[in-house]
Design a protein around this ligand. Sequence first.
Ligand SMILES: O=P(O)(O)OC[C@H]1O[C@H](OP(=O)(O)OP(=O)(O)O)[C@H](O)[C@@H]1O
Ligand SMILES: O=c1[nH]c(=O)c2nc[nH]c2[nH]1
Length: 194
Amino acid sequence: MKELEERIRRDGIVKPGNVLKVDAFLNHQCDVKLFDHMGQEWARLFAGKQIDKILTIEASGIGIACVAARHFGDVPVVFAKKAQSINLDGDQYVTKVYSFTKQREFPVIVSKRFLNPGEHVLLIDDFLANGKAMEGLIELCREAGVVVEGIGIAIEKGFQDGGAKLREAGYDLQSLAIVESMDPDTGEIAFREA
Ligand SMILES: O=P(O)(O)OC[C@H]1O[C@H](OP(=O)(O)OP(=O)(O)O)[C@H](O)[C@@H]1O
Ligand SMILES: O=c1[nH]c(=O)c2nc[nH]c2[nH]1
């Protein structure tokens, strides 16, 4: 998606350690108009699929998933929580995920009330790196008996192996921008050709 690639080139900062900082528009300050265009693009890419619900993971996936839902018939958005809370009651699907930016493991929790067997779910997130967040969500979906119709990612870092693993496993993975390489010294970013 050209608009997203141009925005990454303009406002993204390449940091050491394979980190792309896009907090000016994606995961701290949010450009809602850009999110809307991303939702529109996913709706085009997943056209014809049955999507009953969107599932994402806190924190950065939530805003993007909510705006995207407007393009999927206002389906509900469920986000997996990364901490237990007195507000989380009843039966839960729980797994663990290693957080790329926080560099530690978190529980990943969804109340059983919000994932019903047989539902068709679209997974959405801001980043795909090593695939740990997606693996966690897929595990919860497997436990719940829901069908993963597709995976929509804003930025995939193609030089990390999350995307390759998911495609190999047969998932319909649609990343709006795939960073092929990035250089923290020059700030140069190369995208995979569509
Ligand atoms: O493919 P992976 O290696 O799992 O990396 C991608 C995940 O990393 C980030 O989550 P993180 O927990 O770092 O930050 P967040 O709380 O801002 O979402 C991002 O939001 C994705 O969920
Ligand atoms: O802001 C971010 N930049 C990244 O490079 C990244 N990788 C996973 N999650 C990420 N979040």
